[in-house]
Design a protein around this ligand. Sequence first.
Ligand SMILES: [Zn+2]
Length: 357
Amino acid sequence: MRSILLVFLVTTIVTTSPPAQTTEGAAWILLYHHVSNTTPEATSITPEMFDEHLDFLARNEYRVVSLSEVVTRLVSDELDSRSVAITFDDAYKSVYTQAFPRLRERRWPFTIFVNTDAVDRKSNAYVSWAQLREMEQAGGSIGNHSRSHAHLAAHRANESSEQWRARVSADIVHARQRLAAELEQPLALFAYPYGEFTPELTALVRSLGYRAFGQQSGPLGWGVAELAIPRIPLAHGFADLASLSEKLRTRHLPVRVLQPASPVLQPNAAAPTLELQIATGPFDLSQLACYVSNQGRAKLNWRADEPRVVQVKATRALPVGRSKYTCTAPATNAPGVYYWYSHLWLQPQPDGSWYDG
Ligand SMILES: [Zn+2]
């Protein structure tokens, strides 16, 4: 018995392969901003289409659960493939006027990630603290979306790592203090502004006691990083029922990112190479396909010297701003189901400064 255990330990230590997938469970976190006909299309869903989404979830017997429950299931490896959580970023007014009445009527939980300065400024575009309290008492929960909603991953000119850390930490802690002062029970959950994260930022967010969410699309599943949890953005162009239905048929493709360590590219960088080691699971790797935002398919190069390691590369340089590589492979045991992994890239401006928006 002891020798078997020893062999297992040695194997675990020396192997470079990720372990086999332990569960096929999944969950999905939906991400909305505005629910309105009059706000920018890129971050809006119409109230009518939002109704259709809620009807679709009910009709197909998804369980709309709290974000906390989904995270608990994720970290304890108990995802049940029926759970969906609904989230809103930025605390826009239409979340209160349009989304909240519809969710309250169904008694479905939801989460709002609040950038606190926007609420403290009492802008008409945003909800008030009183409205947030009302929603919190009626099935809503509130998470941290920073104080400033700045590009937190960006360093200012001549800013040292220590200065960056102090500035960004103060931003997030201020938001935490405002949420704690105004609300009953704010969550220890953080949503990165613009969905932008780097290893430096995820380490800082972890040190503040948070788990955190991006905006890279994808399901939850075994192996998802707790500091870069994907959500499914549903807005203009990707908000129809076919898109929603397709996303809810995805499972997490379990990968280990071998390189690069950071999504931030050099100014004027050539198309980046993403090297992934893919765990085993019930999907067909021979049909792996990777896509680049606004470009189409990426080139794949399977390493001959390393099992299940693939290099993914766009055919053209990525534009300034955020891009993604998304890799999918069809399930071998469920028709129409795709295993899915989406990888974030951040391309600064040619002069090295961060972009706006
Ligand atoms: Zn935001």
